[in-house]
Write a protein that binds this ligand. Structure first.
Ligand code: DX5
Ligand code: ZN
Length: 222
């Protein structure tokens, strides 16, 4: 495969009260990215963190902060996230049918990498225009659970979307998020995912370095 693996532990499963030490611990365990789940209590029934927390964390790490925007109005947060030091800004296609071009442009102008996410019920064809645009997204995040909470069960049917995307876009970053761990990674890796979000399987383990290396090996050998 011509794409590199990026293992992105979800900080949603970390101890938020010790965010910077949790981030360092998981980077020391071999993580490539830190996945930051930003939820507004409206697009999803949960409320988490926003730009002030990203800004605080940025003072403690130079790691790639992979921000997953589960918010109804992503455009409202682009400038604040950019200034806070976010690296990737992945918005949901369900929230952005009318303004994705403006969003991508504004994300890039803030020096962030644009990505698009889609919910389990959203057909894969909805992201094609965003990948094929003149100013395209650089990553597609295929949700493998309903967004909102960590610790849910992986939906294997979503691998059809990953396979279709990988066939159509051989060098695209394809991220999977939800229920990924030692028992599901081979399905995702063989379908063609290279960016792997994992919350409870990494933070719930007493040996996170082993889980991260298992995830990476699976993507590398796929
Ligand atoms: C769910 C979030 C995920 C979540 C994954 O809405 O987008 O990033 O933290 O957690 P696990 O790996 O436990 O399913
Ligand atoms: Zn996420």
């Amino acid at each position: 495969m011509g794409v590199t693996p990026n293992i992105a532990p979800s900080m949603l499963s970390s101890d938020f009260a010790n965010l910077s030490s949790e981030a360092q611990r998981i980077l020391d365990s071999g993580a490539d990215w830190l996945h930051m789940d930003i939820m507004d209590g409206h697009f999803v029934p949960n409320l988490t963190i926003g730009a002030p927390v990203i800004e605080s964390l940025r003072k403690h790490t130079s790691a790639y902060l992979d921000c997953h925007m589960m918010v109804t109005n992503p455009l409202d947060y682009v400038e604040a996230l950019g200034k806070a030091g976010a690296s990737g800004f992945t918005f949901h296609v369900e929230t952005s049918k009318d303004n994705w071009q403006e969003l991508i442009e504004s994300i890039k102008s803030q020096g962030m990498r644009p990505g698009v996410a889609l919910n389990p019920g959203t057909p894969i064809g909805e992201v094609y225009p965003l990948v094929e645009a003149e100013k395209p997204v650089e990553m597609v995040l295929v949700m493998t659970v309903e967004p909102g909470f960590g610790g849910q069960k992986f939906i294997p049917e979503m691998m059809d979307k990953v396979r279709i995307l990988r066939k159509r876009y051989p060098s695209l970053d394809i991220e999977v998020d939800g229920g990924l761990g030692p028992s599901t990674i081979d399905m995702a890796a063989s379908a063609g995912a290279n960016c792997i979000v994992a919350g409870s399987s990494v933070f719930g383990s007493s040996e996170p370095a082993e889980v991260i290396s298992l995830l990476r090996n699976s993507v590398e050998k796929a």
